[in-house]
Every structure is written in structure tokens, then in C-alpha cells.
Design a protein around this ligand. Structure first.
Ligand code: UDP
Length: 346
């Protein structure tokens, strides 16, 4: 059975391709490589023993996407990761984000309609909850006004999917990710930030390996146990496995209704300083950091109630924060070695 994975050379996409292949699925990846690299395909093949089929083009191009679907009539389901994801950039370039993230979704849904591909797993985000009124946050929590154009594209995408489903026989599962971090245990695939990382963990590992001088911790005056913001960090392999479960649930017709939404988190919240402490403990490295002003748009605390995913999907995040740090660090080192990056390791 063949699954189309859009954005399959990206961080979460590549880990999901590995898990799909492990479960016997064939995979075709479409990616424009705007935020990923082609050698990831070889790394995936190295891990799984199978090189996935790959086409490089932009899913926001209606003609190319329609052409792709007319050449691939054996796709039974789609996991749609391909999207821009940098919050700050989306504030600076909103139209770029709306065009890329929304138009590509429209083109995919059109392809599904025309070619009768019923199953879509959509990559959504806990940003749809904003700062929730109640913690932990369940899928029933109200959707708050988006903090950024990026977050808004996730909200609008869920609405577009719901409207499309209401007038067709398509089915979809939206997976709302909390904070995916870590890397594959082989250390052969992981997060590959373009330029200066926006996210905490790649910034930590790049600082530890000597690419960055010092980590800035954005604020320590929040209402949390140590003043730094709290997130629900989840290992990317746990996240990837949930996608395979979601695909199977659709194919095996176990869905309770034609649009389901699940939180993908551990249910445990850690502060920025908790993450730094875990990294230092696991690696034995003293991480240089300084406290700076809050970052605009950051919510104070958010962590998941994963009960619905645990019971309905039969899925549970299993890997600890220490394992997330350990794998992220091994990946950073593997990548530096592979690319002959000279570093001043601390
Ligand atoms: N953060 C930080 N320094 C950084 C990057 C992030 O202190 O260089 C903090 C950020 O304020 C937030 C947490 O780390 O509290 C997670 O941020 P990230 O960008 O990784 O994910 P987000 O929750 O914003 O999607």
C-alpha cells in the first residue's frame, strides 16, 4: 500500500517515512527541498533498507500537483507535512505563508477528490490552542485567535479540511503536535535547521558543539516553577509512530467520524531550564546561556492532555526528556562529522 508523504525529507516527515517503511508501507515523497536536503533519502534508505520514491516539486503549483496525481493512481493515503513553519518569518512574510501552506493543501485536496484518495493525515499544531484556559489542554479546548500567520494557516487548514469533508467522502485525521524534538536512534536523521535555529533544542545542541556562542533564554519572569515557559516536548520518533497508527486507523476503517483530531504530546510540561538541565546531565556539558527579554508571541505554558490519543489511537509517547536530549546531541555530532564541521566542543 502506497502512502504519499509530502515534506517527507523534513524533520518529522523523514522519521515518519522510516516508521511507515518498517510497517511495510510503500512511500512516495514529494518535497521541494526548500527546508531539507536530498541526502536524507539515502539516510532513510540506510536505516530502513528501502529508498523511498521521490519527486521534487512545489505542491503550491496546481498544474504540477494535478499532474503528479494523474501519474500515481496507487496512492491509498496522504500524510501532509509540507509547509513553512517558522513563526517569526510568518509575521514578516504573511502572504508567503498563506500562499504556500494553504494553496498546497487546496491542491492536495483537489487531487484527493479527483482521484478518489479518501485518507488524509494532516500535520497540525498545538498553536491552535494559544494560551489555553485550562491545563492540560484537551482536543475539546476552544481554538483561540492565532498568535501568528503560521498558526493561522494551521487553523484555516483544519477549517478547509472540515468543509471539504462535509461535502465529500474524504476522511481526515488532524494531529496536533506539541513540541517535537530529538532524533532517530541511529543518529542518521534529525532536525536540520536552515541558518540560525528558531527552536530551543537545535539552538542548545549547536551552542554545545560550538556553532553558536551562547543560548538566549527568552524570559524568566513567567508564572512557572522557575520563571521560564513550559512546553510539552515529545520525541520525534514517538510522534512519527502516531502517524502510522493514524494511517492504519483510516485504512482499516476504524474512525468514529470522518474528521478526527488528536493531541500528540506526552502530558508532561518542562520549562526551558528543565530542558537545559536535562541536556547538561545527559551530555556532561555545561551550556553557556543568558536570560534575555521575553520573545514576542510566546505563550507561558502549554502541555497536552493525551488521554484521547492514548485510548482511541492506542498510542502513547514513551521516550523521556533525557532520551530526547541524548538523541538530539548524537545527531548534532553525527551531522558535524559528516560535514567536516570544525567545532570547538565544550
Ligand atoms: N526558547 C528560548 N531560546 C531559544 C529558543 C526558544 O528560550 O533560543 C524558548 C521559547 O521561549 C519557548 C521554548 O524555548 O519557551 C520553546 O520554543 P520553541 O521555539 O522551540 O518552540 P515553540 O513552543 O515556540 O513552538
Amino acid at each position: 500500500m502506497k502512502i504519499l508523504v509530502t515534506g517527507g525529507t523534513g524533520f518529522i516527515g523523514s522519521h515518519t517515512v522510516v516508521e511507515l517503511q518498517k510497517e511495510g508501507f510503500d512511500v512516495v515523497i514529494v518535497d521541494n527541498l526548500s527546508n531539507s536536503q536530498k541526502w536524507i533519502l539515502d539516510a532513510v534508505a540506510d536505516i530502513s533498507g528501502v529508498k523511498p520514491e521521490f519527486e521534487q516539486f512545489d505542491l503550491a503549483d496546481q498544474k504540477l500537483t494535478a499532474d503528479f496525481f494523474s501519474r500515481h493512481n496507487d496512492i491509498v493515503g496522504i500524510i501532509h507535512f509540507a509547509a513553512y513553519k517558522a513563526v517569526g518569518e510568518s509575521v514578516a512574510k504573511p502572504l508567503l505563508y498563506y500562499r504556500n501552506n494553504l494553496v498546497s493543501l487546496l491542491n492536495i485536496l483537489e487531487g484527493m477528490m479527483v482521484h478518489n484518495i479518501p485518507n488524509l493525515v494532516f500535520s497540525s499544531s498545538c498553536t491552535v490552542y494559544g494560551q489555553p484556559d485550562e491545563l492540560p489542554v484537551s482536543e475539546k479546548a476552544p481554538i483561540k485567535k492565532a498568535e501568528s500567520p503560521y498558526g493561522n494557516t494551521k487553523q484555516i487548514s483544519e477549517e478547509i479540511i472540515a468543509d471539504t469533508l462535509a461535502s465529500s467522502n474524504l476522511k481526515a485525521i488532524a494531529l496536533r503536535y506539541f513540541n517535537p524534538i530529538g532524533a532517530h536512534e541511529s543518529a542518521k536523521i534529525g532536525e536540520l535547521p536552515l541558518g540560525v535555529p528558531n527552536n530551543l533544542v537545535p539552538y542548545i545542541t549547536q551552542t554545545a558543539i560550538g556553532i553558536r556562542q551562547e543560548l538566549s533564554v527568552f524570559g524568566n519572569d513567567y508564572n512557572t516553577h522557575d520563571g521560564t515557559p513550559i512546553r510539552d516536548y515529545i520525541h520525534v520518533v514517538d510522534l512519527a509512530k502516531a502517524h502510522v497508527i493514524a494511517v492504519k486507523r483510516m485504512i482499516e476503517k476504524q474512525m468514529k467520524n470522518n474528521f478526527e483530531v488528536f493531541n500528540l504530546g506526552t502530558g508532561i510540561g518542562y520549562s526551558v531550564l528543565d530542558v537545559i538541565n536535562s541536556f547538561e546531565k545527559v551530555t556532561g556539558i555545561k551550556l553557556p546561556y543568558k536570560i534575555v527579554d521575553r520573545r514576542a508571541g510566546d505563550v507561558e505554558k502549554v502541555w497536552a492532555n493525551p488521554a484521547w490519543s492514548n485510548t482511541e489511537l492506542g498510542w502513547k509517547a514513551e521516550r523521556s526528556l533525557d532520551e530526547m536530549m541524548d538523541s538530539a546531541w548524537k545527531w548534532e555530532n553525527y551531522y558535524a562529522k559528516k560535514n567536516n564541521i570544525t567545532t570547538k566542543k565544550r
